[in-house]
Design a protein around this ligand. Structure first.
Ligand code: HXC
Ligand code: NAP
Length: 278
């Protein structure tokens, strides 16, 4: 596990501590990065959580940290979101353990920098399969096995890449754009008892996604200057935004995307100091 994947020493509750009391959340990608923090902050609001990804050792180690830090229950399950059999087995284990699934967070994703001209069909397919098809596979299985009858809320973690056509990210942008479209279709088809919304993070520090897309490089300072809020985001800020969609605070919102990026996508890399000198 990455040394960044540790629980917070202190956390300020903006929402009531019992916001997710007796709720159960299933979080793909919950063993690391942003989704580890989503699991932790849900648990700090009295939610019980299932975290799921390919590397069982990673999710088991994460689950122990989460249980120790919060006192809530956390089950680790192995699955590859591309594999419907894995997905079904994992969901059955979760329902056997907790009796229900109220909240689904689709956070599992794969990404790398690659110009479209060098991307192979299999490279493109791999990212689409993890992000887009994976989101469908897990959503559909939880719908069939629980939410169709009992309702629930689904949160899909997307990105802002496709809003401006970020270079070397055609595969990930296309995958995330498709997830946002899927969310609107499902919001229409699966209402009134299921709500489906997206959180679109901008550059979030201390994450694998940030490292892979060059966040640790020399352009870091210049990059921050292009963000209206003049800094990178934190995993907590994404998790806190997820609390809104996970809870009844957002009871009249479905098919929406909440961008949590410090205003980053709107400037498309334009240095903010250019404006301040005018
Ligand atoms: C070009 C690449 C590549 C690279 C893999 N491929 N890495 N192509 N540049 N850097 C190609 C391979 O050549 C192969 O195609 C195909 O992708 C499948 O590769 P595998 O290694 O067999 O795939 P797999 O083992 O399934 O691993 C999936 C993965 C891997 C996505 C490639 O990196 C992974 O497991 N990632 C999970 C963690 C992750 O990516 N976290 C960051 C998420 S952040 P060929 O044709 O050769 O067979 C994120 C941020 C979004 O999503 C927005 C941020 C702002
Ligand atoms: P991360 O730590 O690498 O998270 C990705 C997770 O997905 C890992 O835990 C990984 O675990 C899991 N995963 C990958 N492929 C899988 C598969 N086939 N089946 C099941 N699980 C799989 O990266 P992150 O940066 O925190 O990203 C989390 C989410 O935020 C992603 O949806 C990403 O697109 C989004 N996002 C991130 C940023 C950012 O700045 N970091 C910006 C915008 C959007 P295993 O390897 O164990 O499977």
């Amino acid at each position: 596990m990455n040394e960044d994947d540790t629980c917070l020493e202190t956390y300020k509750h903006f929402f009531a501590r019992d916001l997710l009391r007796n709720k159960v959340a299933f979080i793909t990608g919950g063993g690391s990065g942003i989704c580890f923090r989503i699991a932790e902050i849900f648990m700090r609001h009295q939610c019980n959580v299932v975290i799921a990804s390919r590397k069982l050792e990673r999710v088991e180690s994460a689950a122990k940290k989460l249980r120790d830090a919060t006192g809530q229950r956390c089950l680790a399950v192995q699955l590859d979101v591309r594999n419907p059999t894995d997905v079904n087995v994992a969901i059955e284990k979760a329902i056997k353990e907790f009796g229900k699934i109220d909240i689904l967070v689709n956070g599992a994703a794969g990404n790398f920098l690659c110009p479209a001209s060098n991307l192979t069909a299999n490279g493109f397919k791999t990212v689409i399969s993890i992000d887009t098809l994976g989101t469908f596979n897990v959503s559909k299985a939880i719908y069939d096995k629980w939410m169709m009858e009992h309702g629930g809320t689904i949160i899909n973690i997307t990105a802002t890449l496709h809003y401006t056509g970020v270079p070397m990210q055609m595969h990930a942008g296309a995958a995330k754009a498709a997830i946002e479209a899927m969310s609107r279709h499902l919001a229409v088809e699966w209402g009134p008892n299921i709500r489906i919304n997206c959180i679109a993070p901008g550059p979030i520090e201390r994450t694998e996604g940030f490292r892979r897309l060059g966040g640790a490089s020399a352009v870091k300072d210049a990059y921050q200057e292009t963000i209206p809020l003049q800094r990178f985001g934190t995993r907590e800020e994404i998790a806190n935004a997820c609390l809104y969609f996970a809870s009844d605070v957002s009871s009249y919102t479905t098919g929406a995307t909440l961008v949590v990026d410090g205003g980053s996508w709107m400037t498309s890399g334009t240095p903010m100091k250019t404006f301040s000198k005018l």
